[in-house]
Design a protein around this ligand. Structure first.
Ligand SMILES: Nc1nc2c(ncn2[C@@H]2O[C@H](COP(=O)(O)OP(=O)(O)O)[C@@H](O)[C@H]2O)c(=O)[nH]1
Ligand SMILES: [Mg+2]
Length: 197
């Protein structure tokens, strides 16, 4: 993917604040601190368009980034951070659910999982939302640079086992430090963006 332009077009709380140009969208989600903002910056060759936050759980809005005037990256609120109260967690769920309810332009979702951790119930919850809406999901396993080859192989197994119904080729090992699989993930996303229906 050649990135020509990237514009942050705004943050939304309510569906009426979503973009109205009906361009295809790719949603990105994951537990706070998984590396979502860093992933967005890396994929878009930006240093800081998506803020890399030192305070996990602070970004509660749905953020829209228009790329090449052709499609959007939609940064969904992070979830499941221990410092966030349960009320806020519910708030996140409502916001994410609302986004999914109204988005017919959503072509695919990227669920980021920290490769070093076992997926939690929120990861499954959000995966189930996408499955129920028939949105194709790509799993990106972040921070691969922090694992040895052995740990890597082991964690891939742990994560796959946690999602037994997902095909093995839906999981992509990734690192924002080494840029592992950036091109491969772009190819997958481009295919989804260009999908007719
Ligand atoms: N080693 C390593 N650290 C990463 C990677 N991606 C993100 N990080 C670090 O993980 C922390 C959280 O990243 P951030 O993008 O803010 O996570 P977010 O809360 O999901 O948006 C930051 O300190 C990042 O520098 C990666 O691929 N490898
Ligand atoms: Mg972030």
């Amino acid at each position: 993917m050649i990135i020509k332009t990237v514009e942050f077009t705004g943050s939304a709380v309510e569906p009426k604040q979503y973009p109205i140009d009906r361009l295809p969208e790719i949603a990105l989600c994951g537990r706070s601190n998984v590396g979502k903002s860093t992933f967005i910056n890396t994929m878009l060759n930006q240093h800081k368009i998506a803020r890399v936050s030192g305070t996990p759980g602070k970004t509660r809005l749905v953020n829209f980034f228009r790329i090449n005037n052709a499609f959007y990256f939609v940064d969904l609120p992070g979830y499941g951070y221990a410092k966030v109260s349960y009320d806020l967690m519910d708030d996140f769920k409502v916001r994410i659910e609302k986004y999914l309810e109204f988005r017919t332009v959503l072509k695919a979702a990227v669920i980021l999982l920290d490769m070093r951790r076992v997926p939690n119930e929120n990861d499954h919850l959000i995966h189930n939302y996408f499955v129920s809406k028939k949105v194709p999901v790509v799993f990106v396993l972040t921070k691969s640079d922090k694992l040895s080859n052995n740990e890597r192989a082991q964690q891939i197994q742990v994560i796959r086992k946690s999602f037994p119904d997902v095909l093995p080729e839906r999981f992509y090992v990734y690192s924002s430090v080494t840029k592992e699989n950036v091109d491969v993930i772009w190819t997958i996303l481009e295919n989804q963006i260009n999908r007719k229906s």
